[in-house]
Ligand binder design. Structure first.
Ligand SMILES: *Cc1c(COP(=O)(O)O)cnc(C)c1O
Length: 394
């Protein structure tokens, strides 16, 4: 959709990326299952194949439904280019493997998503790529490592599950001074709350599985940003083959139409719940950037428009207390997902950081009694009642 004036994020969620009229005057994006696209005219076929004319050749490379999903994300992030992949991890892998070469140096932080962290510690070193993981909030240390040599700076803010932040403007500036490509995982913030491209990042990626789709029924990943970089990622991904399925693209696209409404509701409720928990004697810690007690609350106010639906809290009594607490919740799935319309809870020990040992988790500030809470769109009174019941069982 082109508009005579800049669209707000709500309008972009609904109309972004959609080209009207569509096939047979459908008002909704069709799910095109066709693997290939047929041409009678060889010259036209060649023009499309060479990228001189818009069109599709083969479903592993591009597809009209996938295109519409990608354009919607690009409009929400204010990006010039976009590509997607089958999952968030597929897009993260494609980004790293497309842009890195032996003897390059990556600077990142210790608290990245568990899968990302494994690429850094297990897979990249095998290709002689050096990866330095800094303390997630120690900006002086991150800047020092960047200055020591950095080809790719990889940030994730806020982090999973402890909601730590990195200063995007400050670190992007440092990254560019060292000649690095700056990549940001924006999954937790969503484009409603944070647009890292405006704050200096070159590439922004999402696990679309989470808030973008929002209904826990489709996997997907998407990366937006500088056109020259996106072209390289696309070239890798179309050969690597982890293509986003058109059916998943449609579900993600449909979910995104309510992204702004869901995020607004989730963060309004999350603030109420986090405030309640922060005052509870059985709770040792609450990690939520929207609380004034959060150590980086001022940074959150500076670089985010809202604080999101994710928080985590520690129960006094460790994993045993978590075991008593969880069964008391009526309106929450105990599951390894987040960002959906339903509330989802889980200890990081079984979800995001299941790959790590208890000692490694402790070192990251993830005590065994920590509960990650993804606020859904239910009535907040029902969620509060659930928490009260859960805490009285601890
Ligand atoms: C879930 C998640 C990923 C990985 O996405 P998948 O779609 O599960 O592959 C990456 N980063 C963050 C922050 C996530 O929460």
């Amino acid at each position: 959709m082109t508009s005579p004036h800049p669209m707000g994020p709500g309008t972009r969620s609904v109309w972004g990326g959609e080209r009207h009229p569509m096939t047979d005057r459908a008002t909704q994006v069709p799910v095109v299952h066709s693997v290939s696209f047929g041409y009678d005219d060889l010259d036209e076929w060649l023009r499309v194949a060479r990228g001189e004319q818009d069109g599709h050749i083969y479903g592993r490379n591009t597809n009209p439904t996938v295109d519409a999903f990608e354009r919607k994300v690009a409009e929400l992030e204010g990006a010039e280019a976009v590509t997607s992949a089958a999952t968030g991890m597929a897009v993260i892998s494609a980004t790293l493997f497309a842009l890195l070469r032996p003897r390059m140096r990556v600077v990142s932080v210790k608290d990245t998503y568990g899968g990302t962290s494994r690429i850094f510690t297990e897979f990249l070193p095998a290709y002689e790529i050096e990866v330095v993981l800094c303390d997630t909030t120690d900006h002086d240390a991150i800047e020092a490592e960047i200055a020591a040599g950095c080809d790719l700076l990889y940030l994730e803010t806020p982090t999973n599950p402890t909601l730590k932040l990195q200063d995007l403007v400050r670190l992007s500036t440092a990254g560019h001074a060292a000649g690095a490509v700056v990549v940001v995982d924006n999954t937790f913030a969503t484009p409603i709350n944070q647009n890292p491209l405006e704050q200096g990042a070159d590439l922004v990626l999402h696990s679309a599985t989470k808030f973008l789709g929002g209904h826990a029924d489709a996997l997907g990943g998407v990366v937006v940003g500088r056109e020259d970089l996106i072209e390289r990622i696309f070239a890798y991904r179309e050969i690597n083959g982890a293509t986003l399925h058109p059916e998943a693209a449609y579900l993600l696209l449909r979910g995104m139409k309510t992204l702004h409404l869901r995020v607004e509701r989730q963060q309004e409720s999350a603030l109420r719940l986090a405030t309640y928990l922060a005052e509870h004697p059985k709770v040792s810690v609450v990690n939520y950037p929207g609380l004034s007690s959060h150590p980086q609350h001022e940074l959150a106010r500076k670089q985010m428009r809202g604080f999101g639906g994710m928080f985590s809290f520690g129960l006094r009594g460790g994993l045993e207390a978590v075991g008593r607490f969880l069964p008391q919740l009526t309106f929450a799935h105990g599951a390894a997902n987040l960002g959906a319309v339903e509330t989802i809870v889980g200890p990081p020990a079984t979800t995001s950081h299941v790959e790590l040992t208890a000692e490694q988790r402790e070192a990251l500030g993830i005590p065994e009694g920590l509960v990650r809470y993804s606020t859904g769109i239910e009535d907040v009174e029902d969620l509060l009642a659930d928490l009260e019941r859960g805490l009285s069982a601890v």
